[in-house]
Design a protein around this ligand. Sequence first.
Ligand SMILES: NC(=O)CC[C@H](N)C(=O)O
Length: 428
Amino acid sequence: MELAIKNPIAPTTQNFLKPKPKVKSLRVFSLKCVSSLSSSDGAATGVVERPWKTSDARLVLEDGSVWRAKSFGARGTQVGEVVFNTSLTGYQEILTDPSYAGQFVLMTNPHIGNTGVNFDDEESRQCFLAGLVIRSLSISTSNWRCTKELGDYLLERNIMGIYDVDTRAITRRLRQDGSLVGVLTTEESKTDEELLKMSRSWDIEGIDLISGVSCTAPYEWVGKTDLEWDFNREGRGEIYHVVAYDFGIKHNILRRLASYGCKITVVPSKWPASETLKMKPDGVLFSNGPGDPSAVPYAVETVKELLGKVPVFGICMGHQLLGQALGGKTFKMKFGHHGGNHPVRNLLANRVEISAQNHNYAVDPASLPEGVEVTHINLNDGSCAGLAFPALNVMSLQYHPEASPGPHDSDSVFGEFMELMKKVKQKA
Ligand SMILES: NC(=O)CC[C@H](N)C(=O)O
């Protein structure tokens, strides 16, 4: 089969667009835990409640479903958009990925918490997500790197979690109806109707969530990937100065850039392009970040001002901002991609990579002007997973080459960014 590099995706977004949430009447779902412990009641029905905790939390979705659950971590009431994540491991990296701001992450892996948390797997300075939804909270924690149990960690960081909720049923609902806004509460006094109203009066679209997660002043990043974990130690020769825009940057992007030989200055999301150019960088990185990419026109303007003046690399939100700066449009997908098992066709290398992904929006390839190439395609749904505009030294990925958590198949893209900076530097 001939691989066409230029915009090979059928110019349609209709398969991905999120439909309007269906308004249904309130229905309550509660999960009975099937236990292998014998009790006279349980033996008769095959179902018994765990004796040490009964449901003390509710998740009310905007479609009218009410999910009774048990709480861990912080208590209170919180609104957010529910998304499901299919990663089998790496819940600490997911919890600290700032791109989840405003969202409840529902893990499809039913067993969470068994390895606790540790000092090394943090992807940012705090947890920005709205909450965590899981099927089963591990009753024991055991790992040589563990420094704390998951529940204590969430409590310290004021993040709500619920367990003993039917995560498969909610995932099927999200797949069918699209991502849904919900309210999580431990407050008995709030009625289901009140919570439903609350969930229907909030929307993640159109909000600038980047400003709440970005750093507030520039700083130098020096940490490399620990050699023990670095599976790719080649090509660390030259030093390039990279200015990294922090739209909610994950630490592993910075570690990978440092390991590839970059001196890195991280700057806040509203850092002027003119100031960046004064720093004379060899390249600029636009990071991942939370929320609606069309709600941050100031960031698109900054990207536009830098285009053509310095090689640029965009990751996830950075890719979506680049798409807009090049003249394209973004749209909201039905339920997005969140997990460590997304197959992507890399059209430049003609190979399939299994990738880590976390996004609810995508660039519409049909909206892009001549000369912009789609370089990567998500093989699950054909959506645009990477772009290049060689004339302006632009490259970007919709997904996460830095993994954390996830497969490392796409790590070599950092090497491609080094090559791009080298080429431009040699010409200068
Ligand atoms: N990981 C990211 O950068 C996410 C980008 C954007 N917030 C989205 O959901 O599509």
